[in-house]
Design a protein around this ligand. Structure first.
Ligand SMILES: Cc1ncc(COP(=O)(O)O)c(C=O)c1O
Length: 459
């Protein structure tokens, strides 16, 4: 196995189908029954060419002064984040741990965005010391940052991008607990962006704070994930841009101006073939609603923070079927990951569509035959550990390989250590040659976790 290539060939070559990937996984014996205690009979696998191609589409949809940070939480695997890094992408961090991880991966401080809604004073100082873009979440934090900024020299402050996150109140999207632009939201400073007098009156104190504190040179907004409409997202972005324009107009001649807008992530993904907006479509709506984001004059940096859209479709999960059981009206097929890797699917299935499942024989051929109503269950010790319920699948047998598609984001990055289970290895594949004769190059992206690593937390 060789290193991740630079991906130069990805556009010229044909896409790698799931069947081709599974055959290759089988050829390389990456998903085989365990022989030793430490063996892991399951993997995540990423199509690196498709991952790169998607990032290229994102870059080409927007103007050159845009900076596309990928949300680390969606998939924190360093070798995957580094694919973005070499192409000029940044890293959006929900915690100081993710900031430390991003700096270690080699992202430059200014290409990292720190967005936690609950930061300690040392965390704020750490971000500023490293020139990480800091998005202030609330007015209490604003006072903390003001005090820190006042203690810094102009040289220390030079190059720091500090934003204020507004909540533009554009409303719920399709997924309630991913919608953060409501009056109940814990994120951002309430700042309605509509034209009514009541909305103007409500946003005035926010504007006044922004006008007064000219160390704030950015406005941040993220309205929600996976279910917001393009119009809602673009209204939020346009609201942020308009607020910045008004603040700039009302700041005095000697005050610094807002030059950066961060429009967050949230572009929905195409679960199970559902139509979902492309980057080009999003860009078109944004150009119409927020043209100031595109000319590169007032706002010399526009940041995006895509997570799901940059990851979910490019990863699959494959497991040996360890156990099958007849159940009322069908069958249960038990695989090696459940709610420990697929938290949302098991605990909050309304948050996403089920992973599209398929079955392969142990030598990587598509399984055919009688269709059986099948629950794909995880190995954890509780009844709700069902990853996909009621799937219509060819009769699954012990030793077959069950594959879950659309598993590349908000899966292993959300893993739990419930039942002290380890995480499986993660592989990447791309067109190339690792000596297996099938025109693919497989690269290990993560070894998974060991018993020692998992159990250390309980010592
Ligand atoms: C502030 C912020 N930015 C970006 C993201 C990524 O969102 P998505 O995965 O929907 O693109 C999130 C998700 O929770 C977020 O909270």
């Amino acid at each position: 196995m060789v290193e991740v290539s630079n991906g130069a060939a990805f556009e010229a070559t044909k896409p790698i189908s799931q069947n081709e990937a599974i055959k290759a996984i089988s050829t390389r014996k990456l998903v085989v029954p365990a022989e030793k205690l430490e063996d892991q009979p399951h993997v995540f696998a990423y199509d690196l060419d498709a991952y790169r191609a998607n990032l290229a589409k994102l870059r080409s949809a927007f103007a050159p002064h845009w900076h596309h940070a990928t949300a680390v939480k969606t998939n924190p695997v360093a070798k995957i984040m580094k694919i973005g890094l070499v192409e000029g992408h940044g890293a959006e961090c929900a915690s100081i741990g993710e900031v430390i991880h991003s700096l270690k991966m080699g992202f430059a401080g200014p290409d990292i965005v720190y967005d936690s809604p609950c930061k300690t004073i040392p965390e704020i100082k750490y971000a500023l010391d490293n020139k990480v873009m800091l998005n202030i979440d609330n007015l209490q934090e604003l006072e903390r940052v003001r005090a820190i900024v006042e203690s810094m020299s102009p040289e220390q402050l030079e190059g720091c991008v500090i934003g204020l996150r507004i909540n533009p109140l554009v409303g719920f999207g399709a997924v309630a607990n991913l919608s953060v632009s409501t009056r109940k939201s814990k994120f951002g400073v309430l700042c309605p962006v509509g034209p009514s007098d009541a909305e103007k009156a409500e946003r005035e104190p926010v504007l006044e704070a922004l006008i007064k504190y000219d160390f704030i040179n950015a406005v941040h907004v993220h309205t929600g994930s996976g279910g917001m409409t393009l119009s809602q997202m673009a209204d939020g972005a346009a609201g942020a841009a308009n607020i910045a324009l008004e603040v700039n107009a009302r700041r005095s001649e000697v005050q610094k101006k807002i030059h950066a807008i961060d429009i967050g992530g949230g572009l929905p993904v195409t679960w199970g073939g559902d139509p979902s907006p492309t980057y080009d479509e999003y860009a078109a709506v944004l150009r119409e609603k927020a043209p100031s984001l595109f000319d590169g004059t007032t706002f010399t940096r526009v940041v995006t923070e895509m997570g799901a859209k940059n990851n979910c479709m490019y990863g699959i999960y494959a497991s040996v079927v360890e156990v099958t059981k007849a159940t009322e009206g069908g069958k249960i097929a038990m695989i090696h990951a459940g709610s420990d890797q697929f938290l949302r699917a098991c605990y909050a299935p309304h948050m996403r569509k089920p992973f599209p499942p398929s079955v392969y024989t142990s030598d990587g051929e598509v399984k055919t035959g009688e269709i059986v109503d099948t629950d794909i269950a995880g190995p954890l010790c509780f009844a709700g550990d069902i990853v996909v319920a009621g799937a219509s699948l060819p009769d699954v047998q012990v030793g077959d390989i069950v594959v879950l598609g659309e598993a590349g984001g908000n899966t292993s990055g959300m893993r739990t250590t419930h039942c002290s289970r380890r995480s499986p290895p993660i592989w990447g594949y791309e067109r190339g040659d690792d000596g297996n004769g099938d025109g693919l190059n497989f690269v290990n992206l993560s070894k998974g976790t060991t018993f020692d690593e998992v159990l250390k937390a309980w010592d």
